[in-house]
Design a protein. Sequence first.
Length: 119
Amino acid sequence: MENVIEKLRAIEARLDASVYTGNVGDENWREIDDILDAYKPEDYTVECVATEYGEGGRWTTTEEDTYKVTQADGKVAHFSVNRERPATEMQEGGDFTFEFAEVVPKEVTVIRYVSGRAA
C-alpha cells in the first residue's frame, strides 16, 4: 500500500521550498491531480468536502477546494487546493497559479448581520 498522504505532504514541502508559485499543468500540479482526481484509486479514497469561490477580476477568479483523503489503514488528512480559474473562455487553458496546503477541520461560529429590526 502506498502512503498517498505522505506523498501529498512531500509535494507541499517541495512547493513551500520553491521561490516560484505553482502553475497549473506543471509537474507538481500533475502529481496532485493524479492523486486527488484519480479514477477508482486503490488503497485510499478522496472526497471533496468544501468548495469556495473568491474574488475575481476581469480575467480570473479564484476557487478553493478542500479534499479529505482517507487511506485504507485509516489515516485521514485534509488538503486545500487554491487556484486561479479563467473568467472567460479566452483564458481557457492558460497557465494559472495554484497554492496547495494541508489543512485541519475546525468548527467556527460566525455572527452575520441581516436585514431586520431590533426588538
